[in-house]
Design a protein around this ligand. Structure first.
Ligand code: NDP
Ligand code: HSE
Length: 440
């Protein structure tokens, strides 16, 4: 065989030819065996997924039982200086048309194109692993069912708690349990902000900017600070807890805006901390699900969860309490969770991984009847009225050098009763009221 080179034609020996053919055959066989992967969205998490697969290649392949290769990266932009820039494509149909692509990582976010691409991938029998909690909360049971109909999987370990394993424990490890309650710090951005405010007296806007720079915050950080992100995550966990679909739009949700330095001074005096908690509890036939900032005392297992760390406290009827802790946001921790799903999918090509999340809607408890203590601040001159309205069974907390106001801890009362009483003293109230959570 004559092989044209730039300057001359050389004759290839039979041995070289057969070696060449052998290499080509080997390459083809290897490619046929290899599982191709596509990553949709080359941002914080997507670039992390590629990095985890490449950096931990040997052990990822070993654990997957097959060689995995990120063949395509779909993004709106090109990345000419990136080591994986040559894998970037802009047309999803190219990925869809490649039969060797068996697993897709959806790390784009949103519910528009992400939904369309996920559905098309699953219909084509390609498993999808996602960090997109917005999509999972909105279309989880539908996409799981679609996947199973096409003998593939829709996995979402990274959608709750960043790098913390919590979906898999609920799906696999705690299957013998009736889960009675889940209480979590489920948003890294807000926990980072609250911790910086508590321990460093940091300013809210400055720390929010820091969280954005570190890649923790959502594209629109309102989703973090107003509690919407934690709401979607507790909807996902509540759905796995009940086996039914918990509609995130029906979950009572408050964020952290309005929590200020003075609140932390009172918290310290009470030996407490302020955390944005996402709560889901059995309430007879119904489920209580809510997101709100809570004062929690120092004995609470979530008290020392600080910074970008998240934790999920699960109560089962046999096991009792167990807790899952780790980095709740950020590139590599989240990517690690996505890749753990990729490995699971690789081990189950053509097989369905069970997930008990029906489309039937779970009934949520109206929070009005829920009983707890509350904390609020009032002008000192209104204390007599406060005692009249809330009774004498309140705790008054006075900060040193701040005589003009007082903190009040109420007795245990229902949300509805508190709201009614608080309305009566609203003219004297300062700042926002906080709920109090204790370990039962
Ligand atoms: P980024 O904004 O950093 O990345 C998203 C990437 O997807 C961007 O590069 C974006 O391009 C690209 N993209 C958006 N739409 C399209 C499209 N139609 N076609 C191709 N590419 C597209 O977000 P993150 O990586 O932070 O988050 C991704 C998902 O993971 C979100 O759902 C988020 O909620 C979730 N998540 C994030 C965590 C984190 O710590 N950051 C942790 C856990 C979950 P462009 O920038 O040009 O728009
Ligand atoms: N914005 C989210 C957070 C990312 O801060 O927790 C992880 O889901």
């Amino acid at each position: 065989m004559n092989i044209p080179t730039k300057n001359k034609t050389v004759r290839q020996s039979r041995a070289e030819r057969s070696a060449g053919n052998g290499n080509a055959v080997c390459r083809r066989r290897k490619e046929e065996k290899m599982i191709k992967i596509a990553v949709l969205g080359y941002g914080t998490v997507g670039s992390g997924v590629v990095e985890v697969i490449e950096k931990n290649k040997e052990l990822v392949n070993k654990k997957a039982g097959e060689e995995l290769e990120v063949t395509y990266i779909l993004d709106l932009l090109d990345f000419p200086d990136d080591p994986y820039g040559d894998r970037v494509v802009h047309d999803f149909d190219r990925i869809l048309a490649d039969d060797q692509v068996k697993i897709i990582c959806e790390t784009m976010g949103g519910v528009g194109k992400a939904y369309e691409f996920t559905a098309k991938a699953l219909e084509a029998g390609k498993s999808v692993c996602t960090s997109n909690k917005e999509l999972v909360a909105a279309h989880g049971p539908e996409l799981i069912r679609l996947a199973h109909t096409h003998n593939c999987n829709y996995l979402f370990e990274a959608s709750v708690g960043g790098g913390i394993p919590i979906i898999r424990p609920l799906n696999y490890s705690l299957t013998a349990e009736r889960i009675q309650a889940i209480t979590g710090i489920l948003n890294g951005t807000t926990n980072y902000i609250l911790s910086k405010m508590e321990y460093e007296g940091a300013d809210y806007d400055t720390v929010l900017k820091e969280a954005q720079e570190k890649g923790y915050a959502e594209r629109n950080p309102e989703a973090d600070v107003e509690g919407y992100d934690a709401c979607r995550k507790i909807a996902i966990l509540s759905s796995l807890m009940t086996g039914k679909n918990v509609d995130y739009r029906k979950i009572y949700t408050e964020g952290i805006t309005g929590v200020g330095p003075r609140d932390f001074e009172y918290a310290k005096k009470l030996d407490m901390s302020i955390k944005l908690l996402a709560v889901s509890k059995e309430a007879g036939e119904k489920t209580l699900a809510m997101v709100s900032p809570f004062l929690i005392d120092s004995a609470h297992p979530l008290h020392m969860v600080n910074g970008v760390f998240n934790a999920v406290f699960v109560r089962g009827n046999m096991l009792g309490d167990s807790m899952y802790y780790g980095r709740g946001a950020g590139k590599l921790p989240t990517a690690s969770a996505v890749v753990s799903d990729v490995i699971d999918c690789a081990r189950h090509i053509g097989k369905v991984i069970m997930c008990f999340w029906d489309q039937e809607e779970a009934e949520l408890l109206d929070i009005d009847s829920v009983r707890r203590r509350f904390f609020f601040r009032v002008k000192s001159q209104a204390l007599d009225t406060v005692r009249e309205v809330f009774g004498n069974d309140i705790l008054e907390v006075q900060l040193d050098g701040v005589p003009e106001e007082c903190g009040i801890v109420t007795s245990v009362m229902s949300e509805a009763d508190f709201a009614e009483c608080h309305k009566k003293i609203s003219d004297a109230a300062i700042g926002r009221r906080l709920r109090m959570e204790a370990v039962e």
